[in-house]
Ligand binder design. Structure first.
Ligand code: PLP
Length: 438
């Protein structure tokens, strides 16, 4: 079985088999080389392929002691990682628990929020979670229940009770036709009304991706997240920030929430925690929340796996030594400028947006008024970019780029050139203007 692939497509085209990876390039079984601008499709592979330092660290750990169980049994590598995360995570976040991926991290975060309210006693009936339209938080039953990707959620329902959704700041082409900042304010106001509507004593947490992935890298105005924080505080509702896709440098900061100066109560992470070399996720919280629980009733066999922790420690050490977080910030700005310059004047290009090495180009129909592009447009652009030897992905009406943090400016230039060529061709085929108007 092929998760999320149309069986018909796989039957027709076959799966893609990659036989080798080096740096930012993958080699297909046919021998064809691809420039990977998606960090292994899932945005997890932040250090590219063939990193011998991580491989060596995992090997050494496996030989020393590969895994020692769970609960309160750890190898030093796992303890070291917990200490490091306490240093890197914003504000008072310093108590972590490890899991095996992003969905498990979200499950743990939700359960932690509920168990906190039960044990603290002031809101013992708080079990509801408020998530947002178009959010993606994972595929296990709890995580898909707080996900608003309808094709994924509806088929799994009925899900976990107590989840509701509010609009999130996907401001470009927002459904009310508002100015972007005005729409973000509206979304924050709606969240407050939803907490009041659900009953503040019943609401355990609000769950938020700091930058929404759905529809392609929607960066909210700073004041939106500040306001969400204030609202959560006023109603004694925990703020869970889901950094599974944004954590560990993707946006040019260790965690995307740092750009907004907001301290979460609970934060999730996975994917680039180990640069994708070994599966691992984590949830981190404040001591006050962790200490309120006499026992956290939640466990996975591979919580705190020593070899995964070794991969994470090596990844973090490399990012620090090589200044990769700062490099992602600088190269991200370079990439955005290059995309804007290369795509200027092509009428189907609606918006280039993003933060750090996470960028999107959103398309319109190219006509006056610029209605959202049909979804076939980004799909066709991605297909042509791939023919030119570069991997990017479609996201609704947009295309997304999430290059490994080690990508050089030459790699980014190569990607921009392929994208500009593909976008120009697709616009021309649709009879849309591709040059500057004077
Ligand atoms: N949360 C976010 C924000 C994600 O982007 C994802 C995956 O893309 C998940 C959770 C689920 O992570 P995983 O696929 O590791 O279970």
């Amino acid at each position: 079985m092929f998760p999320l692939a149309m069986v018909e497509d796989v039957r027709r085209d076959g799966p893609t088999i990659y036989v080798r990876g080096e740096g930012v390039r993958l080699t297909e079984a046919s021998g064809r080389c691809i420039l990977d601008m998606m960090s292994s499709h899932t945005r997890a592979n932040s250090l590219g392929y063939g990193n011998r330092e991580i491989a060596q660290a995992v090997y050494d750990q496996m030989i020393a002691v590969h895994y020692v169980g769970t609960v309160d049994n750890f190898a030093p590598a796992t303890v070291q990682l917990a200490c490091k995360l306490a240093e890197l995570a914003p504000g008072r976040l310093s108590r972590s628990m490890f899991v095996s991926g992003g969905s498990e991290a979200v499950e743990a975060a939700i359960k932690l929020a509920k168990q906190y309210h039960i044990h603290r006693g002031t809101k013992p009936r708080a079990y509801k979670i408020i998530s947002r339209w178009n959010a993606y938080h994972g595929s296990t039953m709890g995580a898909v229940g707080v996900t608003d990707w309808h094709d994924m959620r509806h088929i799994s329902e009925p899900g976990v009770p107590g989840v509701s959704f509010v609009p999130g700041p996907m401001c470009f082409h927002n459904p009310l036709g508002m100015e972007e900042d005005e729409y973000a304010d509206y979304c924050a106001r709606y969240l407050e009304l939803q907490i009041q509507h659900e009953g503040p004593d019943m609401v355990a947490a609000v769950l938020v991706e700091p930058i929404m992935q759905g529809g392609g890298v929607h960066v909210p105005p700073r004041r939106y997240l500040e306001r969400v924080r204030e609202i959560c505080d006023s109603y004694d509702v925990l703020l869970i920030i889901d950094e599974v896709i944004t954590g560990f440098g993707r946006t040019g900061a260790w965690f995307a929430i740092e750009h907004f100066g907001v301290e979460p109560d609970i934060m999730t992470m996975a994917k680039a925690l180990t640069a994708g070399y070994v599966p691992m996720g984590a949830v981190i919280t404040r001591p006050q929340i962790a200490d309120s629980l006499p026992i956290f009733r939640h466990v996975h066999t591979f919580s705190g796996h020593a070899s995964a922790a070794a991969a994470a420690n090596a990844n973090i050490a490399i990012c620090e030594r090589d200044g990769l977080i700062e490099q992602a910030r600088r190269n991200g700005a370079y990439l955005q400028d290059a995309l804007k310059a290369a795509l200027e004047g092509i009428a189907i290009v609606g918006q280039v947006r993003g933060l750090g090495l996470w960028q999107a180009v959103d398309f319109t129909d190219g006509k006056t008024g610029g209605a959202p592009a049909p979804v076939e447009v980004p799909v066709e652009i991605v297909r042509r970019v791939r023919e030119l030897g570069v991997l990017v992905m479609p996201q609704g009406t947009a295309i997304e780029l999430a290059p490994p943090l080690i990508a050089t400016r030459t790699d980014l230039d190569e990607a921009v050139e392929a994208i500009a060529r593909a976008v120009t061709e697709v616009a021309r085929d649709r009879g849309i203007r591709v040059g500057r108007t004077v």
